[in-house]
Design a protein around this ligand. Sequence first.
Ligand SMILES: C[S@@+](CC[C@H](N)C(=O)[O-])C[C@H]1O[C@@H](n2cnc3c(N)ncnc32)[C@H](O)[C@@H]1O
Length: 1023
Amino acid sequence: MSQVFITQYLAELDRLRKVSGSGRETIVREAFKDLLKAWGRTQDLTFVAEYPLKTATRSNITVDGALLHSIRTPLGWWEAKDADDDLDAEIAAKFRKGYPKDNIVFSDDVTAALWQGGSEVLRCAMDDTAKLEKLLKLFFGYERPEIASFRQAVEQFKTDLPAVLNALRAMIERQQADNPAFRRAARRFLKHAQEAINPGLGEADVCEMLIQHVLTEEIFAKVFDDSDFHRKNNVAHELYVLEETFFTGGLKRDTLKGLETYYAAIRTTAAQIGSHQEKQTFLKVIYENFYKVYNAKAADRLGVVYTPGEIVRFMIDGADWLCEQHFGKSLIDRGVDILDPATGTGTFVCELLEHFRGQDKKLAHKYKEELHANEVAILPYYVANLNIEATFAAITGRYEEFANLCFVDTLDNVGLHTQAHGTTADLFGSVSDENVARIKRQNARRISVVIGNPPYNANQANENDNNKNREYPAIDARIKQTYIAESTAQKTKLYDMYARFYRWASDRLDANGVLAFVTNRSFLDSRTFDGFRKTVAGEFAEVRVVDLGGDVRANPKLSGTRHNVFGIQTGVAIAFFVKKPQKTKDHRCRIFYTRRPELETADEKLAWLGQSRLARLASEEIRPDAKGNWLDLTHNDFDDLLPVIDKDAKAKAVTKVGRERAVFKLFGNGINTARDDWVTDYDSDDLQRKVEFFLAEYSRHDARSTDLGTLIKWSRNLKTKLGRGMAEEFGAQALRRYAYRPFLPQYGYLSRLLIDELGQWPAFDGPGNRSINFPAGKAFCCLASDLPTDFHFTGDTKTASLYRYENGERLDNISDWARKQFTQHYKAGTGKRLEAPTKAGIFHYVYAVLHDPVYREKYALNLKREFPRIPLHGSTRADFWRWAGWGEQLMKLHIGYETVEPHPLKRIDTPDTKARTHQDEDHSPKPLLRSEPEVGRILIDSETTLTGVPPEAWTYRLGNRSAIDWVLDQHKEKKPKDLTIREKFDTYRLKDHKERVIELLGRVVAVSAETVRIVGEIEGDAR
Ligand SMILES: C[S@@+](CC[C@H](N)C(=O)[O-])C[C@H]1O[C@@H](n2cnc3c(N)ncnc32)[C@H](O)[C@@H]1O
């Protein structure tokens, strides 16, 4: 990689020389700077140009470039010179001025010289690739003792913190029991916190706040030399009072002794950091890292991550421009109240202050009266407080308390302002405390600008995590009335935190105002946000979106760390919404959209934001379609086709038979087990053992149990079932063959207790039934089965069966309405008299159409967000039966894959003598399960290879893999995530299944090749 950078550098240097005809320092240095930047990025280093430094003699110098670690200590320095200068004389001159000698590169366009630890260690010609690489490796390989010890300290912190936390928690518990002064102070604090944050808070929450307070006291005091902070800030003061009732002197020293290495490292590192801005960044890194170690779940739930400066400045500048454009006022002007409702480390407020720099009087007024910020967690609240006050002091030269920072849960802080558009809301009747007074003051203001980066944790993946977002009845009710009421999606996840913040801010904003958030980008194109899009288009006059992409789940080619501006998996967008009183009812909201290239890296995106202004952005104006789509609008006849499934038809299926307008009456989600590892297996005996263990552990608890433990996998549904007293014994009838993933013969334990959501399976469960399964959204595919199908059988699976069962009676699940459409459309035609379309024929017809490549391509965008609809190809019964015939062939193949004649693959066995002799405990060959489509080969393990896979077989794909790869992937030996399963039931070994897998692969190759052949015929059909 390093050589690539150097080659790029030399090419760029050459280009610059040719273009400019010059070797001047200012021109050629750019090429070397890019080299340093690119190399630095691979080591998470940030390059800062024109870096100001104080020398040992306290004079100020500016180094051409500094490479900084994320905690803002420098790795090293770079100084560029002109080719005409005498490099040695220049170096000597710089050192006389006090330039650092620890790790610095001097360069002109001919020579580079590296100094480390006070002496020159290497000098080379700039075009000597090998030597330059050596020089840079030395430069980038340098580690300062402080950095090494900081890294060590952070590692140590992770090990030591749990013990200190336990000690602190135990100590606080003892104080609750034995110390009346503590109890009094805690009660007072709790009352305050309940009023300001959440009435549901209890003693345990106070304990956590106190712990955060105690642990961070030292850090803040040292970084900002503000040892008084904990006494001065109103919230800190309250906690300090609490702390002082027991935690002082020797006790405090002894308890925190375990963390001294960490504090010492922070002290030393902080002392190295001179500038105010770098201190802020240091604190932000501490904020994220500390919180993740201290409480990873809370960090995720609250969205503890700081917002890069480029994003913040871009948003402030954009909001300023929009205010000016629409309301003739700038952010600095009087009467423009600005609120960051989830302030974290206070970046938005600090950057706002920077934005107002130079307008002292107005800035002072803004700071005092019209800048507001909320934060719900104690640690970021402290950081924000310190950052904001320090920034104000750095700009104005005087310290002033920031009295508009509230320690409050923003989403709970809803009151009359929802209707009264931000005028008054007296939420807190009898209040004496400063923080509550601040909240009151904020609530009494009209808020013209809401700006920030609200949290974005969506749903916890696992109930055992116990990390669910709490409920917000008032906001959630508003979401229901608006976003959900306008949505056509079947199930919505709109109680996502960022949707709540959007709802809150839309209501809180003044009748004239600007809302600017950076959030998850899913509101732009996700199906469940259709109601959100329709609502905001009604509530706002203008929307401007900068889509920063980086959605790793939607595009596996992306990586969170490389492509996402927050280093996360969910895509990100910045959005501005302008609210104005609407003059007419049928106003049209104008929506402008800018998209960054899909493969752009996070650094490139940030650099682009750093140089861009909303006011000058090239954007596309979007005209949403009637369904509330903003992106990927389609212009085709999809709406005229026959719905395969439909929410309304399903609702009518039971009541008004015959009125349904979809091919299938009933459909549902695939089976959602919520505990796959526990209820599926290749081996029915192993499955039975797991289930029996699970049931035994479950039966130890009842509705009164408070500690369920994590021995088995709990879920919200299972807890509810326990609460209702539901019990179960193992029953062999629930042990069924199960379509867990494509082409995998497995077992599932399908009981009402152990499966979280059976979907419509009970209604579809009957002899001879078959289902068509396809994903809702994402890459379209479909697969038939005669077994119960899992929710992830084909993506997020929707399943629709040929029959359904009521009270043991078999009923048609293909609607009469559908048959009528088909029989009316397909005429008898000439020649041999063919039967009119039957329901079974329609079932097969649908399967053929859903496999048609022409159909999938033409309606790809529709299929991403809507349930499929089908065209009626041709006009005669012969046309119908031709398609139905294809569907029937495909279905027979897919359902009967286990009995298809295997494709004759060639098997090559070469003994792996190494494995057989010593490497593995059990001397078995190393499992590989890897496909090599280019050479038509499958590697089973280190001994066995299969060759002769026909090329077309790889092209039969389901979602993001070929059918062959599904089989390979699902047979890999994986470490189970569930701890109990890992310890007690991790019995699967490829060697026990090897022959079966080889046979299965032969069959799946045959199925794939034949599917591709039939699909080819379908594709070639004239239409
Ligand atoms: C993504 S961070 C904000 C980052 C911030 N802009 C910065 O650069 O530091 C979100 C913050 O919102 C806070 N937060 C989460 N839920 C909140 C709520 N309901 N009310 C107030 N603050 C909340 C979290 O504690 C977290 O610090």
